[in-house]
Design a protein around this ligand. Sequence first.
Ligand SMILES: Nc1ncnc2c1ncn2[C@@H]1O[C@H](COP(=O)(O)OP(=O)(O)OP(=O)(O)O)[C@@H](O)[C@H]1O
Ligand SMILES: Nc1ncnc2c1ncn2[C@@H]1O[C@H](COP(=O)(O)OP(=O)(O)OP(=O)(O)O)[C@@H](O)[C@H]1O
Ligand SMILES: [Mg+2]
Ligand SMILES: [Mg+2]
Lengths: 253, 253
Amino acid sequence: MNRIIAIANQKGGVGKTTTAVNLAASLVATKRKVLLVDLDPQGNATSAASITSPRPKTLCDYYFEGAQIKDCVYSSKDGFDILPGDEGLIALEIAIRNDNKQGFLAKALKSFSETHNYTIIDTPPTLNQLTIEALFCASGTLIPLQCEYYSLEGVAGLMKTIQTISDKNMSTNRVLGIVRTMVDMRNNLAKEVSDELEKHFKDLVFNTLIPRNVKLAEAPSHGLSGIKYMPNSYGAKAYLALAGELIRRVEYV
Amino acid sequence: MNRIIAIANQKGGVGKTTTAVNLAASLVATKRKVLLVDLDPQGNATSAASITSPRPKTLCDYYFEGAQIKDCVYSSKDGFDILPGDEGLIALEIAIRNDNKQGFLAKALKSFSETHNYTIIDTPPTLNQLTIEALFCASGTLIPLQCEYYSLEGVAGLMKTIQTISDKNMSTNRVLGIVRTMVDMRNNLAKEVSDELEKHFKDLVFNTLIPRNVKLAEAPSHGLSGIKYMPNSYGAKAYLALAGELIRRVEYV
Ligand SMILES: Nc1ncnc2c1ncn2[C@@H]1O[C@H](COP(=O)(O)OP(=O)(O)OP(=O)(O)O)[C@@H](O)[C@H]1O
Ligand SMILES: Nc1ncnc2c1ncn2[C@@H]1O[C@H](COP(=O)(O)OP(=O)(O)OP(=O)(O)O)[C@@H](O)[C@H]1O
Ligand SMILES: [Mg+2]
Ligand SMILES: [Mg+2]
């Protein structure tokens, strides 16, 4: 059974890609088979996975050129498989809208329902058709959030949007939880925002806090997750703990 | 003469809004009349300007309801005027595309050519029609950039896109420069990326570095810029210096 998890937040720079890559690597460390899907035209998750093929096939080759979806999957040094992304996704986003092919991603990922235990989808910082495709096919959505004022402002709206999309499309997606990222508990702002989150979204806030840790920001330049690059760093240990908490929330309900 | 400056970078969370708000406040401190335009449906710049009117008119009221553009301008505690933004901008983005009204923002801002010295436009973290409207009407674009790996990856592509948009639309827009934001020179990653930037984009990198300073992240929750909230903080002083450097690059060419 393949559990599909979308990582989404239209606020930029909150740690969506870092969470997608390190959660995928952490789930691999628990002996689960994981597929990472990069739906961001910036292709950050793809560069963190350091695929060796010079021009890897993406969802665009599957949609426009009729390539087999399995030919668009590559392995990473971290042990998860990846469906890469590049700026061609900008044209795909427009085509899905114009051709009325909503639900295209859910169909494409059906091919992996027996081959992987988890599929993690990294999304761009905007609620466009690509992000909606991810929210539609996911069985759960993780919301990474920086403990800062602008991030807090947008979260209630985002939860409402996710709810509306699942109601409209009759999909099973629900918000799995909010993950506090880049947390520096030495400053009051983070403590204040974190307290606000616990007050307003009590059961939804993951207990695991991801600390600000430069090793997580260095890892992608080595084509690795933080888990593989510096397994004993605070950042890596936090993502391993998050994977444990996610497994408890998803597998032992 | 009203110089229109777009603040753009499709990478999320690099400090676009923080730069737009604090640059606007710094230019006011040099006795210039400034208009801030919020083109991000998240409305972060609008909340930083703490407008007192309960439901301010936005560009949507001007486009859909025929409101006068001057009725959509509000004053802020920082002394700059603001054309606010809210999630209604999502519908505006679609309408401009569907109605083929490209260039609509340039026409709207003509009304301010004699009343303001600078217009600063904050854009969302995506190259959609709203961002393209800003790039089309701007005479210069500032690119805020975090000195981290993912941010560095996207910059060359962004510069190319800005060049293509101004060639295609015969607009006068050019990249004014790259502003390094949230810089923590204690860590090697920032130094490495900063050196790479200076090597590849020599004349384009602003000398002023904006340090990571929590006062800048606290200011918006008080409805103020960092300049007004904590004028003696490192962050505020850096933005005042940036305004000086911008004036030299724009007014004394
Ligand atoms: N816990 C952390 N500690 C230190 N740096 C981090 C951490 N998490 C993320 N970063 C860094 O912060 C920046 C933003 O993170 P990331 O790119 O993962 O966010 P994002 O939400 O995916 O951004 P976008 O909205 O552009 O997709 C990156 O340079 C990343 O390396
Ligand atoms: N120099 C700085 N020091 C400390 N915090 C900062 C600094 N600049 C920005 N921030 C904080 O970092 C976060 C991201 O900045 P900001 O929201 O301005 O980026 P953005 O590029 O506008 O994001 P988006 O892509 O979502 O529009 C915000 O919470 C902001 O308060
Ligand atoms: Mg990302
Ligand atoms: Mg912003």
